[in-house]
Design a protein around this ligand. Structure first.
Ligand SMILES: Cc1cc2nc3c(=O)[nH]c(=O)nc-3n(C[C@H](O)[C@H](O)[C@H](O)COP(=O)(O)OP(=O)(O)OC[C@H]3O[C@@H](n4cnc5c(N)ncnc54)[C@H](O)[C@@H]3O)c2cc1C
Length: 296
């Protein structure tokens, strides 16, 4: 029986693990994709106090190493079920076998919002990508499109402009959510062009993206489409045990506990207003300390 099982090895989960392990609890952090979470996709992080300019990958590595040094056990597995037992403990199913835990911290983060067009899923890895930093290099000297109008879309476009021949940002509005400095940087980059207000109606190409068709019928010849439309939570695993808001984020109290005693939520999957590294780490801290207190 593990004291605390943490679902998700992102900043929230690893911070929770660090605090709980330092408090003397046995902790297992389950991660299905890569320890470090979403931030490993960031080229550079400039707003984490004390660590200006750190790369996302280095930050993820440091978070993981620090948690492990503190005694956290890491498990590279996917959690597929969380069950609350009558005695108040949890039975957690993973694709690597079951784990029994006295408390659970759900820190599953958020995943990319899909574009929502036909064959999008089938073309993932063949021209459809949700991570410019991860996949941009596959399209060196090619023409690509970025979909979205926020900071991620604009930052992606800047990264891609250094690799690809041309980058077209397609956005459904004439105004952008991205910060003005980033918008200006994009406007000053000769191989980036903005197309607004347009939406993508169709992906062209049988096995590989060859272009996109826009809502007015215009066809753009691009070899990749980078979707940067923000992220959505997936709290379905705890849905019966936790209330979700209308957008699917898990509702918890100040102490991050859900309506199920011993089940906590932390990070981007939690209903709150700001989703950043600092708030994910803060949630991880609060959830871990509250779980340790609850275990007493
Ligand atoms: C490109 C990019 C740049 C960013 N730049 C910044 C920045 O500069 N500054 C800033 O403050 N924030 C930035 N962010 C946001 C920041 O990364 C997030 O707020 C933060 O990572 C949230 O941490 P988290 O632990 O809640 O979630 P995540 O980082 O999403 O981690 C959740 C983890 O849970 C895992 N998981 C999910 N389901 C399961 C399951 N069933 N079983 C096992 N594991 C599971 C996922 O694989 C993931 O690794 C950026 C995000 C992106 C995508």
């Amino acid at each position: 029986m593990t004291d605390i099982l943490i679902l998700g090895g992102g900043p929230a989960g690893l911070t929770a693990g660090l605090y709980a392990a330092r408090a003397g609890k046995s902790v297992v952090v389950c991660e299905k994709e890569g320890f470090g979470g979403q931030i490993t996709q960031a080229h550079q992080v400039d707003n984490l106090p004390g660590l200006p300019g750190i790369s996302g990958i280095e930050l993820g590595d440091k978070l993981c190493a620090q948690a492990m040094d503190a005694g956290v056990e890491t498990s590279f597995c996917e959690v597929v079920g969380i069950h609350w037992n009558e005695d108040g403990t949890f039975y957690v199913e993973t694709d690597d076998g079951p784990i029994n835990a006295r408390a659970v911290i759900f820190a599953g983060g958020a995943k990319p919002r899909m574009l929502g067009v036909d064959r999008e899923e089938a073309l993932i890895g063949n021209g459809v990508s949700y991570c410019a930093l991860c996949d941009g290099a596959f399209f060196r000297d090619r023409d690509v499109a970025v979909i979205g109008g926020g900071n991620t879309a604009f930052s992606d476009a800047l990264v891609l402009a250094g690799i690809c021949r041309s980058v077209t940002i397609i956005h459904r509005r004439d105004s952008f959510r991205a910060e003005e400095t980033v918008v200006q940087a994009v406007k000053n980059t000769p191989n980036i062009r903005l197309m607004t207000p347009y939406t993508v109606k169709e992906l062209v190409g049988a096995d590989q993206v060859e272009g996109v068709i826009l809502n007015d019928g215009t066809k753009l010849d691009v070899q990749a489409v980078f979707v940067a439309l923000g992220r959505v939570p997936d709290c379905s695993l705890i849905e019966p045990l936790a209330d979700l808001d209308e957008a699917g984020y898990a509702i918890s109290g100040e102490d991050c506990m859900t309506k199920t005693p011993g089940l906590y939520v932390a990070g981007d999957c939690r209903a709150k207003t700001i989703r950043q590294l600092t708030t994910a780490m803060a949630d991880g801290t609060v959830a871990a300390m509250a779980a340790c207190e609850w275990l007493k």
